[in-house]
Design a protein around this ligand. Structure first.
Ligand SMILES: [Zn+2]
Length: 271
């Protein structure tokens, strides 16, 4: 694939994307508008753009500017795969429940087979709506601090299967067995803008507008900076996988936010 003008929106690089706004939205975010905001000093929310005059027009212009300027959104995906090579060879194939079910059968091969199969059957009926949905966020630190369960226990689908399987005769909680398989991993993925649904383009645009407005109005808002979320329902090709790593310390939301120490720091694809 020839390297064309790749422009990647990376939520972590706030100064960079703030500085780039003028390249694609200078015609709507004008000096006059900045002057107005500085004078009025409104609260520049992201989920309510009433602080922005003519907000419907500005938002729609901003979204088309943003998605025309950037070619990719940088997203991070937390997982606990058995091997990493498939991501580099095949890309991210979404929630492939057949593969996940095979993994589940292997991990719980000692549990009564009929019970395992009945749990799988219960879920196969309801998995269609979720099939292929892949969840990425704009910040790897957010994954480690707020969504560590994806790295510690792996796929939510397999976790739900294990929860339904319950306990072993000796009292083992099957969910915790998942912590013995796979390697906690963060994948760094440049997601082509066209693979991200339009509703999420709008969400990202609102978040950027809010940040821009707070600066213009000189009125920082007291909310955290949760990164944008990208839910992709198509396969992401392997060339979009930019990098990966295995964090050593992960906050465990299922254990009272205690830090979890990961001792598996290399994999089949670590260079
Ligand atoms: Zn690795």
């Amino acid at each position: 694939m020839p390297v064309t003008n790749t422009k990647i929106f990376d939520w972590r690089k706030r100064r960079s994307w703030l500085a780039s706004i003028r390249h694609y939205a200078g015609h709507v975010l004008t000096a006059e508008l900045r002057g107005y905001l500085l004078q009025e000093r409104p609260e520049c929310w992201s989920d309510n753009l009433s602080w922005l005059p003519d907000s419907r027009y500005i938002l729609s212009e901003f979204v088309s500017g943003l998605t025309g300027y950037y070619t990719h959104f940088k997203g991070f995906h937390g997982c606990r795969p058995l091997r990493l090579s498939s991501y580099y060879e095949e890309g991210l194939l979404g929630q492939n429940s057949d593969l996940l079910c095979d993994m589940f059968r292997k991990i719980f091969s000692d549990a009564p087979k009929a019970h395992v199969e009945s749990v799988i059957k219960q879920f196969s009926d309801r998995s269609d709506g979720e099939r292929g949905a892949m969840w990425l966020v704009g910040s790897d630190q957010f994954l480690i601090k707020e969504c560590g369960h994806y790295l510690i226990q792996g796929s939510e689908y397999v976790m739900a299967l294990a929860a339904h399987l319950g306990h072993s005769p000796s009292g083992e909680d099957y969910r915790f067995r998942l912590r013995n398989y796979g390697i906690p991993t963060i994948l760094e993925v440049d997601v082509p803008v066209c693979l991200v649904p339009a509703t999420q383009h709008v969400e990202v645009a609102k978040m950027i507008l809010s940040e821009w407005g707070q600066l213009a109005a000189r009125r920082p808002m007291p909310f955290g900076d949760d990164p944008p979320c990208y839910v992709v329902r198509q396969n992401i090709p392997p060339e979009c996988v930019r990098d990966h790593y295995h964090p050593e310390r992960i906050i465990d939301p299922h254990q009272g936010r205690r830090p979890y120490t990961n001792h598996l720091l290399t994999c089949d694809m670590c260079g």
